[in-house]
Design a protein around this ligand. Structure first.
Ligand code: FES
Length: 151
């Protein structure tokens, strides 16, 4: 992994604000940002580990552990909030038995929150394994996930 991380850094070394595109590439490649890459990035980019860690934790798009088999992203943006996003989040947490940001112990589902999926007119919105769904409620969430398992 360190060699691949260094190769990704090399691709972006001359880019202004290189850390963000580097982190995106690492997450695309590995599915998450392994905490072990922090010292490598700090060294390569001449930054402190705290600064690198701070960027990773500031952006909700970056994750420091691998996701489950299915990733459920529930929108908590304003438009979705106004039509029941909080209830959907509470239902999802109850259905999966985890809080947002966590993965079920069997690693079948990772539950995440986002703040707009660009589907505001059809809230509450959710994205499941990259597919966008509108007017999602508890029943539809369960149904969609069951169908995802079939596909
Ligand atoms: S606010 Fe939920 S999709 Fe835009």
């Amino acid at each position: 992994m360190p060699d691949l991380v260094r190769a990704i850094v090399a691709e972006h070394r001359t880019t202004r604000g290189a850390l963000l595109p580097i982190l995106h590439d690492i997450q695309d490649r590995f599915g998450f940002i392994d905490p072990d890459v922090v010292p490598i990035l700090a060294h390569e980019l001449n930054m402190s580990r705290a600064d690198v860690h701070g960027v990773i934790t500031f952006y909700t798009d970056f994750h420091d552990e691998p996701a489950g088999t299915a990733t459920v992203r529930v929108c908590r943006g304003e438009a979705c909030q106004s039509v029941g996003a909080d209830k959907l989040v509470a239902d999802a947490e109850q259905v999966f038995g985890v809080k947002t940001g966590q993965t079920t112990p069997d690693r079948s589902v990772t539950l995440r929150q986002v703040f707009c999926l660009g589907n505001c007119a059809l809230g509450p919105a959710a994205q499941i394994n990259g597919r966008l769904y509108g007017r999602v409620d508890r029943g539809r969430l369960i149904e969609v996930l069951a169908n995802e398992g079939d596909s």
